[in-house]
Write a protein that binds this ligand. Structure first.
Ligand code: IPE
Ligand code: IPE
Ligand code: MG
Length: 247
């Protein structure tokens, strides 16, 4: 039996975020270059995207490249950028078939021109799809995003578009790259690392965190279902006590 059959369909998260980690270690275990690991991570991306789309999950945010990842050796960064271009081109057809809309969050201006062009084409092509929103975090870091939001708010205050009294949590969320999306209820990180690595710090305030040892290139639909079942078995109290939730 698949873990999928154990899922409660009416208790699925509307937004799942994933830190796809462990490509380098996966490759090294096989005596191969880190880049080989990244290439083999594409299948896992395809699997979770398809699984999320099939389940009717609204948003899937995948951490694909962090601001800090620019500090990796140039050969690895270049290979990742090329892989991104190739993957987007190859997968656009599958995204269309699965009614998936592509969106990118991150500092897009820092991406090479060819990557931006490629992403823009795919975003445009998939823009009228009505199913899953696949949110790729690229050249993304949460502190960059929060500082960017603060600057925009400061600008709007000084231009008298808004007043300081307008600022509250919902208002602030609208200045983030995830504006209009629900906060992730579940955040998955693969590869055994148990940290957030500058990912969605504001949005994950009340997310359930799930860490598993599987290295990203080995992550399959069944692993995704397992994470969802684990999520469904948790009690989300939001500061209250159990008895209040049962009323
Ligand atoms: C995640 O795998 C992919 C990216 C960060 C781009 P890693 O490349 O971090 O793999 P490990 O953590 O070194 O094994
Ligand atoms: C986080 O993974 C970034 C992505 C998965 C894109 P890293 O492997 O870069 O994070 P650290 O360095 O282990 O914290
Ligand atoms: Mg890593």
């Amino acid at each position: 039996m698949s873990n999928k059959d154990l899922l409660e369909k009416d208790k699925l998260p509307s937004h799942v975020a994933i830190i796809m980690d462990g490509n380098g270690r996966w490759a090294r275990k096989r005596g191969n270059s880190r880049i080989f690991g990244h290439k083999n991570g594409v299948k896992a991306v395809r699997e979770v995207t398809e699984a999320a789309a099939e389940l009717g999950i609204g948003y899937l945010t995948l951490y694909a490249f962090s601001t800090e990842n620019w500090n990796r050796p140039k050969t690895e960064v270049d290979a990742l950028m090329s892989l991104l271009v190739k993957t987007i081109s190859d997968e656009t057809k599958t995204l269309m078939e699965n009614n998936v809309q592509l969106n990118v969050i991150g500092f897009k201006d820092s991406l090479p021109q060819r990557v931006r062009k490629n992403l823009e084409d795919c975003i445009e092509k998939t823009s009228s799809n009505t199913g899953l929103v696949l949110n790729l975090a690229l050249s993304y870091s949460s502190r960059w995003e929060i500082i960017d939001a603060v600057k925009k708010i400061a600008d709007d205050v000084s231009n008298k578009k808004i007043s300081v009294d307008d600022i509250n949590a919902d208002f602030f969320s609208n200045y983030l790259t995830t504006s209009g999306m629900p906060d992730p209820e579940l955040m998955i990180r693969t590869s055994g690392e148990t940290r957030i690595s500058n990912f969605l710090l504001w949005q994950l305030a009340y997310a359930e965190l799930y860490f598993c040892d599987v290295l990203w290139p080995d992550f399959r639909k069944e692993n995704f279902y397992e994470a969802l079942i684990n999520y469904q078995n948790r009690e989300r109290r939001f500061g209250m006590i159990s008895e209040q939730l049962k009323k």
